[in-house]
Ligand binder design. Structure first.
Ligand SMILES: Nc1ncnc2c1ncn2[C@@H]1O[C@H](COP(=O)(O)OP(=O)(O)OP(=O)(O)O)[C@@H](O)[C@H]1O
Length: 607
């Protein structure tokens, strides 16, 4: 290797001059008679490029002496031989698959040289360059759900584990033994232990991810409860306009009432929920909360709090529902997800904080906090999950079966919903203002605004995302929602379902998701109120989700509101909530979007 370049033998291409730039390598065939078709003529592996970005290289391996293929171009034979024995090293990178444009696949660039030292120098130099790439994880905690998606969890982990090994990413692997295992592990893990990891990976479905999310946040997200409307019995319990932040741990935040409400919760165990109540597990102590980004405990170990700039979550999709992966990568592919994790890709993700005030109409007020990454829904959505529990033996098909059963029952539920209408994000349907007094007109279809789909490098999410350059304080500032022009709007009546999508919630059945233009990190929930309507209309609405490019939310009986927060009240306990596919018994809840509360190893949906 001389300076920033040299001549090497590239398997399948022949001799090439290799130039090293600050961001990658480029190769030029030395013998011009080796046509450029060589780059794409290698059929044994995905298409090689003549330029390689370091950001796409995940490992460099030095190999023993062995054969390196001559050019694949049959008309040209450089050095007279097809295979030449020489010293070798391999650069492992990612590329698009040959057959499909979308998933990422690993590819290898095998280089050879007759001189061992030259080979070693090259391999070390390229390794040094990729080690300078910021933001790559070195140590990860991995939870594998062995039973998820018909036992796919273990198989998928076996498939991708060699990629982590090759990239020298250490993994502490925990095979879950029961529901709640991942939650309990993370909720009880000391911050000192957690700080040893750059992130946590779920090899499972949305359910395991939800457990991990709750385990991490239950003790580490110190936040004011969602705002509630005037007239609601919780009004003022924790909310003042200027306090509506993702992290309300501030000295001026806690009113006397706040402390009462929060501390009143501390000693009371949660009822029969698999996850512990936040208050029980956190010992939330507003008065002693420290304002700095990373305060220290007695042993000088910095506390871990969310949002933060370093910790990330990842998912290797293996469940029967993988809506979070599909909405954040555009793919349901374990290898794509593993490569995005290893390469340290990062996006911010909004999280819905759901506070249950009452589990049933007769229960005492006992605020209990849960988090959802994709969806929180009541009525139809809750009943499908509840019903499906009776048919576990069917595997993933139980969702179709119970969906049909619940649909045919066609039940509706009496409820009152109040949502915050903010500034220019007025309701996407026309009826909101009309329903303030409980009037329930059918909506008139209105031409809906142009949809801006969230994609990789989405400018809407980037505007104030928790980028790696932001300090913790900047994150908090960016996540603060303007209180100007906010007003509460009421909607009440009988609903087939009440749902809030945090992200698009794409899945195989709904290629555009529940809300095609939901963003990963814009600080908004998409509240979907499906009013009681004749069964055929409801069927028509549901079938629209299965068609790409359709508009299932344009029906008169559908209200769609983009909002940072809402409160739901029912005087019955006829139905349950579904949080990321997990059941949550509640008849009164408040929900708020926490902008960019967590970061994910992903680069956004490539759709
Ligand atoms: N070892 C285990 N045994 C039983 N349940 C588990 C285990 N590990 C995790 N769980 C729970 O199983 C539920 C579903 O997990 P996940 O979403 O990963 O898989 P899935 O195949 O998509 O499941 P489902 O079809 O129930 O949605 C979660 O609530 C999770 O907490």
């Amino acid at each position: 290797m001389q300076g920033d370049g040299g001549v090497l033998f590239l398997s399948g291409v022949g001799e090439v001059t290799v130039a090293v730039a600050h961001d990658g390598l480029s190769f030029q065939p030395l013998h011009l008679d080796v046509s450029s078709s060589c780059w794409s003529s290698i059929t044994m592996q995905p298409k090689l490029q003549s330029k390689l970005q370091f950001s796409d290289v995940y490992a460099v391996e030095h190999l023993d002496v062995g054969p390196v293929c001559g050019p694949w171009n049959t008309r040209t034979v450089v050095q007279g031989k097809r295979n030449t024995e020489m010293n070798r090293f391999v650069v492992h990178a990612i590329t698009r698959s040959r057959k499909q444009p979308s998933p990422w696949v690993p590819c290898e660039y095998m280089f050879g040289h007759k001189d061992l030292e030259t080979c070693k120098t090259w391999a070390e130099h390229i390794s040094g360059c990729i080690n300078k790439e910021q933001d790559r994880p070195k140590n990860l905690m991995v939870f594998v759900h062995p039973l998820c998606g018909k036992g796919r969890g273990c198989k998928n982990w076996e498939m991708v584990a060699p990629l982590f090994e090759r990239a020298k990413v250490k993994t502490k692997v925990i095979f879950t033994e029961r529901a709640g295992h991942a939650y309990a592990t993370l909720a009880s893990l000391s911050d000192k232990e957690l700080k040893k990891f750059d992130g946590v990976i779920a090899v499972g479905g949305d359910g395991l991810f939800n457990e991990i999310l709750n385990g991490l946040l239950s003790t580490r997200h110190k936040n004011s409860y969602p705002p509630t409307p005037e007239g609601c019995r919780y009004f003022g319990s924790n909310y003042k306009c200027q306090e509506y932040t993702n992290n309300g741990v501030s000295n001026n935040m806690a009113t006397g009432d706040d402390v009462n409400v929060l501390s009143g919760n501390l000693n009371t165990p949660d009822d029969h929920e698999p996850l512990l109540s936040t208050a029980q597990s956190t010992g939330l102590d507003i008065s002693s909360s420290n304002l700095s980004d990373e305060p220290c405990n007695g042993d000088q170990v910095p506390f871990v709090s969310f949002p933060n700039n370093w910790f990330r979550l990842g998912i290797i999709p293996s469940g029967s529902t993988d809506a979070i992966v599909l909405s954040t990568t555009g793919e349901r592919d374990p290898v794509t997800s593993a490569l995005l994790i290893i390469l340290g890709r990062r996006i911010s993700l909004d999280i819905a904080q759901v506070v249950r005030w009452k589990s049933s109409p007769t229960a005492e007020v006992l605020p209990t906090v849960r988090y959802a990454a994709s969806f929180a829904g009541y009525g139809f959505y809750g009943e499908v999950i509840r019903e499906s529990e009776n048919y576990r033996w069917m595997g993933p098909a139980r969702y179709d079966f119970s969906g049909t059963m619940v649909f045919l029952k066609h039940r509706s539920y009496e409820a009152r919903v109040a949502f915050l209408e903010v500034g220019n994000t007025r309701s996407l349907t026309t009826s909101a203002d009309n329903t303030i007094n409980g009037v329930q007109p059918l909506q008139y279809h209105q031409s809906r605004p142009h949809k801006t789909i969230c994609r990789t490098n989405c400018f809407i999410c980037k505007e104030t995302s928790t980028s790696e350059h932001n300090s913790g304080d900047e994150i908090l500032a960016s996540s603060r929602t303007s209180c100007e022009n906010q007003k509460w709007v009421w909607s009440e009546g009988r609903f087939l379902s009440v749902g809030a999508a945090v992200i698009s919630c794409r899945n195989e059945r709904a290629p555009d998701g529940l809300v095609a233009d939901a963003h990963l990190s814009d600080g908004f929930l998409h509240l979907l109120l499906i009013r009681d309507c004749p069964l055929p209309f409801y069927l028509w609405h549901l079938t629209q989700f299965t068609k790409k490019g359709s508009d299932p939310l344009s029906f008169k009986f559908v209200e769609h509101h983009k909002t940072p927060a809402f409160t739901f009240m029912s005087s019955h306990d006829e139905s349950v909530w579904n949080l990321d596919g997990e059941l949550f018994q509640a008849c009164e809840v408040s929900v708020q979007a926490c902008r960019g509360l967590v970061s994910l190893f992903a680069s956004g949906p490539e759709v």
